[in-house]
Write a protein of this length. Sequence first.
Length: 71
Amino acid sequence: MQKRANEKAAYSVKRCQELAFECGVEQTVDFGYAMSKMFETEYQREFFCGLLTHELRLGYFKKWRRDNNLE
């Protein structure tokens, strides 16, 4: 049960937001909205948290925004 709680915290929306800001995602309404959409699914949260570098996270976020017409 503790393992599941730790997993949930590791891939929470809050954790994804922290990682996004750390890698250079701007703190604007447009970027915040895109994060709210991107981090809706467990898959996207887990994938985003699993990326190993700041550059890869930022690039992935920007590509996701383009692909989802949120740019």
